[in-house]
Write a protein that binds this ligand. Sequence first.
Ligand code: ZN
Ligand code: ZN
Length: 618
Amino acid sequence: MAFSPTSNPLIVSVSSSISSRNNPKPISLKLPKTKLMPVSSSEFSTLLQSCIDSRSLTQGKELHSQIKQAGFEKNRDLLPKLIKLYSVCGRIDNARELFDRIPKRNLDTFIWTSLISGYTRNGNPSGSFDIFSKMLEHGAEPDGYTFSVLLRASAELGFLKLTGQLHSLLVKCGIRNHLSVDNSLINAYGSAGVIDNTKKVFDRMPTRNVVSWSSMIRVFSSLEKFSESFALFYGMQVEDGIKPNEVTIVSLLPACGFFSSFRKGQAIHGWVIRNGFNLNLIVGSSLVTMYSRCGDYEGAFKIFNSLGRGNVVLWTSMIEGFSMNGKFDLALELFRIMQDQGLKPNYITLVVILSACSHGGLVNEGIEIFESMSEKFCIEPRIEHYSCVVDMLGRGGRLDEAEKFIEKMRVKPTGSVYGTLLGACQVHGNVALGERSAYKLFELEPENAANYVILSNIYASVGRWDDAGRIRKLMVTKGLSKDAGYSWIEIKDKVYIFGAHDKSHLEINEIYEMLARLDELIVKAGHVPSLKFVLLDIEDDDKKKLLCSHSERLAIAFGLLKAPPNVPIRIAKNLRVCGDCHNAIKVISKVVSRKFIIRDTNRFHHFSQGSCSCGDYW
Ligand code: ZN
Ligand code: ZN
């Protein structure tokens, strides 16, 4: 597919698909019209349920007044449903009012639980626990449904201790082998990242359903344990004969991409098609993200295009996909078309587009968007948006402006804002501002080793070795250590990890031979190693050796030895690629005529024929 901002493949396909989009069918309810029509509580119950399912407040309210007229308001079946109706429609206050009118002796577990659930549903999980303690005071006994709801609240609060307490309480209450409780436990432990407990619960379950398996997959995917996620995906089908559903797919897709596991992502996409899945916006958006994260923004765009007008999540995913692959102009164009289509960007879209402008060096465009945010989109800038602007100015070398911008911010600057400025000071070699930003950061986030490392590196890059050493010592006295750099490469379904100057690999001799050959080739082609990236006070020859053995260089050498010919070599790295490696890889891509796609902390670099898609902004 040819991509150019002027050929407008987007406009044609997007606008043609809009006309075919159907409006959702309005729901129709038959409501009893007069008191003369005798209606039983069970008929009311059915009607209420359909209002709950369709979340229709107006019809629900009408029904509520008819229930009152019919004298059923205190009916034990209808009351919890009325509470649920108001809570699913976002009216927790109405639900509470109704609840408070119920005589205490009539309160049963089901009614209590309906209100507990309402609070979490309306974004107030701690409210759920307030009601729960009232429930216990009142002597009502919680059942499995109550615990499922509370575990969801605890997962949302992210309080691991609370989850543990609920777990022992439910065991005391004699609740065992309860599918929905166990699923909620998996979710709560999983969202706290406690794999052991999650696995224990899962392994002990006598029966599991698609929710149990999907939750486990999501837990492993979110922890980037991708082979476990895939093992579960196959396990559910083979062991339990359970067919994955859309939730499973959306849980599994984030596992693809991180280790550049592109073929697996494609395999899932194929599976989705073969199994006749409706490619809806949720699955579609996560496929767009998966393809983009694997560096295949064209594949992502094909899916994007097949999904009709879509919604803001889909468009935001695609804009981010273009941006992370260095297609900043396309990101900006899509952002404009999105507005032409009448879709209103949300605050995430704005973070994504501002970050695209900053990485693409589109400073003026970015500032224009930032300044129009509150008026045009009715979104007050949050800290993430401010951060993007600081980054934008910093990358463009407008450091003083960036500092002044921070002073004028309407929200309190966080560590991430000063961290961005500090990073820019490192790139542009501004020692004085770098010092000021670093000392702010030492107050704001004293435990973050990266800030000490960067300041030390700033000193080192101008030869102030004593100051560099002093900061390193400060780091050691505080007991902090620098994150080690690693790169990953996947060859034939196996992931290989390389650390910097790694000598542990089985085929390390071949790898270093390849590195030496590459080094010779790129020097012949004119590459001069930038020794300023070696921040140690050592001889230049040793610096050169250290540069060549950065982890991404080892992974590249290994990839050239092992990957099938002519396919792009995909590598992931946990830190930012250093300037020298970036230059060297550009030259390598030319001398060996190979494409390299490298993902560092948050960006893709497509190296090909001597240049990189990031345009040296990263
Ligand atoms: Zn490097
Ligand atoms: Zn690059």
